[in-house]
Design a protein around this ligand. Structure first.
Ligand code: ADP
Ligand SMILES: Nc1ccn([C@@H]2O[C@H](COP(=O)(O)O)[C@@H](O)[C@H]2O)c(=O)n1
Length: 204
């Protein structure tokens, strides 16, 4: 079995995870979600105070060598041990998850369409689009509740790193998308079209 790979890119807090969760529940056992964020470079050698100031929105923040190696293994029917990232401590947790190959692999993250080597092994590329003010509002709520961040740190990081890196690296990858989903997870018709496309891939 050679798996099909679907990439879901889009700005931070555009609704990627929300859409992916919905699709995951729909396809249950045939689909695995591989979060690109799990492949942020591990920084256990650097103290927390320095880790929290690193730029996590540039392509170099990810260990794409490891990501592509694991993705190729899964695509060709082999098992992997996927790292698990912990945003609260700004590094990988000490846990991994053992993953068996599935017919569909959904890869998700702000920069999954950036690297040509990832695009070349991806079957369908999707970009989730959402207004930047809406994304900032959602990010403030999410990061203060779920990622142990202060309001001040979310706003500073947004202005210094998230917004400029989005404009420089994330937004330009929209041109590679086969499907663009405007208005994020609110766009139920767009999500239905993506689900129909995945059903067709499963029949191939
Ligand atoms: N359509 C929506 N309406 C309201 N809140 C939403 C909507 N889509 C996402 N959210 C919330 O916004 C936050 C970011 O969404 P998420 O799906 O995690 O984005 P991403 O994975 O792109 O960073 C989450 O807390 C999520 O629950
Ligand atoms: N230690 C980290 C690692 C990443 N981030 C931010 O996560 C964003 C990507 O995740 P989304 O769910 O929002 O797509 C990215 O914009 C990084 O800034 C972080 O804050 N801390």
């Amino acid at each position: 079995m050679e798996s099909k790979i679907i990439a879901i890119a889009g700005g931070s807090a555009s609704g990627k995870s929300t859409i992916v969760d919905y699709i995951k529940n729909y396809f249950a056992d045939d689909l695995f979600v591989m979060g690109h964020d799990n492949y942020y470079k591990a920084h256990n050698d650097i103290p927390f105070e320095k880790r929290e100031k690193l730029n996590y929105d540039e392509p170099n923040a990810f260990d794409n060598e490891m990501f592509i190696r694991d993705l190729k293994r899964l695509k060709s029917g082999k098992e992997i041990d996927m790292p698990i990232y912990d945003y609260n401590i700004h590094t990988r947790s000490d846990k991994t998850v053992h993953v068996s190959p599935k017919k569909i692999i959904l890869i998700e993250g702000i920069l999954v369409l950036y690297d040509k080597m990832i695009r070349d092994i991806t079957d369908t590329m999707v970009f989730v689009d959402a207004d930047s003010d809406v994304r900032l509002q959602r990010r403030i709520l999410r990061d203060t509740k779920e990622r142990s961040r202060s309001l001040d740190s979310v706003l500073t990081q947004y202005i210094k790193q998230v917004k400029p890196m989005h404009e420089k690296y994330v937004e330009p990858t929209k041109k590679y998308a086969d499907i663009i989903i405007p208005r994020g997870a609110k766009n139920t018709r767009g999500i239905e079209i993506l689900i129909k496309h995945i059903e067709d891939l499963l029949k191939e």
